[in-house]
Design a protein around this ligand. Sequence first.
Ligand code: HPA
Length: 270
Amino acid sequence: MIKKIEQSLAFLQEKGMGPASIGIVLGTGMYELIAQMTLKKSIAYAEIPHFPEATQEFQKGMLHYGSLGGKKVLVFQGRYHLYEGLSFFEITYFVRIFKALGGKSLLLSNAAGTINLHFKKGSLMLIEDHINLQGGSPLALKGIETLGERFVDMSMPYDLALREKVLSIAAAEKISLYQGVYVAVVGPQLETPAEYRYLKIIGADAVGMSSVPEVIVARQLGLEVLGLSVLTDECDPDHLKPIDIPEIMEMAKKGEKDFIKIVKALVATL
Ligand code: HPA
């Protein structure tokens, strides 16, 4: 595992990627931020040794290095999902590479359905905490102790200082920002009405198919984490409509403007 990481790292360094202490992961349909960067270098995930082959049709895998508001950033355009048939290790590999490239702060975005029906689609939710319903862990690996601690603390996975900064940015910019618990499921099928009821009962505010394994690995590596979900659909089990992918993409676009404002302002403080 360490050999693989060293090989990926050597390749990326040779191509002029990094160092950067800030990493940004762009979820489904949220790629506008890249246009606001001063780009130094972009590489397709497919070209990077040991980066898994992604199959998700909505997410083009590219790693960008450059600056945003004068700060060096690595932007991960698109991510890997369990539902692509990849392992927990594969979907979180890029987090280990980010750390190796100098990473300190990891800002994650994702698209999620809102379970909390007080929250409106097209808005953002700051992730306060999460529930892992993906049935496994990226740390449940033979030899994990060579990559970091095994029994990683999860008492506060989402950095409080980063969250407080984001809340004050949102208040200053008059952005409506909810706060809540994100639950990760495997997918790729959406949830049944009974499943949405269950997710509400266990304390989730939003549901999605990503991010949690990345956060677990980030915490193992001592990275500070921020998570923002764009709420793309309202999951009301009593009035559930069939999934509408174009609408989900449209809502992701709607939330993206606020996401960009928040991330730009936050990066300026890091
Ligand atoms: N469920 C799971 N993942 C999702 C949803 C949902 O309702 N919306 C966007 N991602």
